[in-house]
Design a protein around this ligand. Structure first.
Ligand code: HEM
Length: 156
């Protein structure tokens, strides 16, 4: 149940906020509104001048943590199949690369190749978290099915 909730909330934050805000940062040309790394010029204070970029980084940090947690719980789970474990390891590694790459995107002043790689890794990350979430739901369904089978067999 924990993995189901964790992976689904990670997926929702990743897709509905981070990738969406990342696209907005890029399309509205505010990628360098926060030119420092890792913090913005006012430290932890979000100022209107760089609020969108500030949110992108803050949510990236939260999502990163959630993806690592999802990986740890998946690797610890006895019911998680091999495919789910592999997908979670790829997601965990991709998020580290993505966050490091985010720093280079800023330091290299939005170099086109780095921005393209950043988008590409975002897509890989999204696909891996979709896989982990689908596996987590299947484990839960299988558990419920085998429980109701057991219940029926003990009653009859
Ligand atoms: C899990 C982590 C992250 C994900 C999934 C993610 C995803 C994205 C996506 C999808 C875009 C839009 C790319 C495009 O349309 O070409 C984007 C843009 C951007 N991201 Fe991230 N991002 C992450 C972390 C970071 C971090 C830590 C930074 C560090 C500062 C960062 C900096 C940027 C910048 C500056 C842009 C805009 C580039 C431009 O202006 O073209 N990202 N991100």
């Amino acid at each position: 149940m924990l993995l189901k909730i964790l992976s689904f909330s990670t997926l929702s934050i990743l897709f509905f906020t981070l990738i969406f805000i990342g696209g907005y940062v890029s399309a509205s040309g505010v990628g360098l509104s926060c030119p420092d790394w890792p913090l913005c010029p006012a430290g932890l204070i979000p100022l209107a001048d760089f609020i969108i970029e500030y949110f992108h980084r803050t949510i990236a940090a939260i999502t990163g943590l959630m993806i690592i947690l999802t990986m740890v719980f998946t690797l610890k789970s006895k019911q998680a199949p091999k495919g789910m474990k592999i997908a979670s390891i790829i997601a965990g590694s991709a998020v580290m690369v993505q966050i490091t790459l985010g720093a280079f995107v800023i330091l290299e002043r939005l170099h086109a190749l780095l921005v393209t790689l950043h988008l590409g890794i975002g897509i890989i990350l999204f696909s891996m978290i979709v896989m982990v979430t689908l596996y987590a739901w299947r484990i839960q369904d299988n558990k419920e099915k085998s429980f109701s089978k057991l219940e029926k067999s003990t009653v009859s």
